[in-house]
Design a protein around this ligand. Structure first.
Ligand SMILES: [Zn+2]
Ligand SMILES: [Zn+2]
Length: 356
């Protein structure tokens, strides 16, 4: 059996769309010492491929981080495969709130040096000395009080479309940048109550340990992240302190938490929170685009990219942009974001929403 996938992406997408059964979209992570990450990776790939699971899963010597979809009729068998490994014992599994089951169309399991690229030297501080885990309700109440420092530990393209009320959302492109920036920005708040949050909670594990190591005395983090918060807020019927959309790294690009749109189309500036990748394959820039601009620019980020997209293979090789494929992690994204901001303030007649 092959332990990776070789079929063309478009074929796989069509196959997914024509499926007649339902899938559950789930996520989970755990920091756990794995002696042989490659062997573990091959075992779970084999098990989960057999059950027709899709997703993006990272395995490292320090644990696992998984976002995936499992066919409903295989869900019990899937849970049984977890029973084979100590790392999964009582692992909290988070279920997506907006779930059409079309979140992934193939299975990728990768071995990486670290679960999240944080640029930190783990040997230099105690990574197990993490902040206090707050459940969704505790976090909700502390944010409501408005008395504490709330920090979004995600990248700026994530917080742009949704974040907690009054949160500090640093303009960071990567988690590595984010940690450095937050430590610096909060330098005079070492005795304040700090409330950290991220998508599913994994980034706060490292960030909270690092802040404590740097002298912060009251570090707290949202257990299960925005995913769990959104689920519980719905269940408890509370008014959400998270406004907008939760960015997720799958085909859906985001799930709405309270139906408010807080971001803007990067091309015309009108309220919009739909992330897309530029349709010019040699650009693939991640940006926010409204349906009208998608039509006007043929799903491209610029006229230039539209020209390249519509050119022949020969012309393409000449025109080809040197930009590499990236997931928002680029200064070009920031440039398009700033252009959108400028367009909004310069053209306030056409604009009636909130400011960025
Ligand atoms: Zn637009
Ligand atoms: Zn482009």
């Amino acid at each position: 059996m092959r332990l990776y996938n070789i079929v063309d992406g478009r074929i796989l997408k069509n196959k997914l769309l024509s499926e007649t059964f339902k899938r559950k979209t789930i996520s989970f992570y755990r920091y756990f010492i794995l002696e042989n990450p490659q062997e573990f990776r091959d075992q779970i790939y084999k098990d989960w491929a057999e059950l027709n699971c899709f997703g993006r899963i990272y395995v490292a010597g320090e644990g696992i981080n998984a976002q995936m979809s499992v066919p409903e009729h295989n869900f019990d068998s899937f849970l049984k495969t977890l029973g084979k490994h100590l790392i999964f014992e009582n692992i909290p599994i988070k279920y997506a709130i907006e779930d059409n089951g079309k979140s992934f169309y193939k299975l990728i399991v990768k071995v990486r040096p670290k679960l999240v690229a944080d640029g930190l030297n783990d040997g230099a501080f105690d990574v197990t000395n993490v902040g206090r885990h707050l459940n969704a309700l505790e976090f909700h109440e502390l944010v409501s009080s408005g008395e504490h420092v709330v920090v979004d530990m995600r990248n700026h393209y994530e917080s742009e479309i949704g974040h907690f009320k009054n949160a500090i959302c640093p303009e960071a492109d990567t988690f590595r940048e984010e940690i450095a920036l937050v430590t610096e920005m909060l330098a005079d708040k070492k005795d304040n109550k700090i409330l950290l949050y991220c998508t599913g909670g994994i980034r706060c594990e490292k960030a909270s340990a690092y802040l404590k190591h740097n002298g912060f005395s009251d570090v707290n983090q949202l257990h299960g992240g925005i995913l769990e918060y959104a689920r519980q807020i719905k269940q408890l019927n509370l008014e959400s302190n998270f406004i907008g959309k939760n960015f997720v790294f799958d085909e859906r690009m985001g799930e709405s938490v309270n139906n408010e749109i807080i971001s803007h189309c990067h091309q015309c500036g009108k309220p919009c929170d739909t992330h897309v990748n530029c349709a010019n394959d040699s650009c693939h820039l991640l940006f926010i685009q409204c349906p009208e601009c998608a039509e006007k620019y043929e799903r491209c980020c610029s006229n230039n990219c539209r020209t390249i997209k519509n050119s022949t293979a020969e012309e393409k090789s000449v025109l080809k942009s040197s930009r590499s494929r990236q997931f928002g992690n680029s200064h070009t994204y920031r440039k398009s974001f700033l252009l959108a901001k400028k367009a909004i303030f310069a053209d306030s007649e056409n604009y009636s929403g909130q400011t960025v």
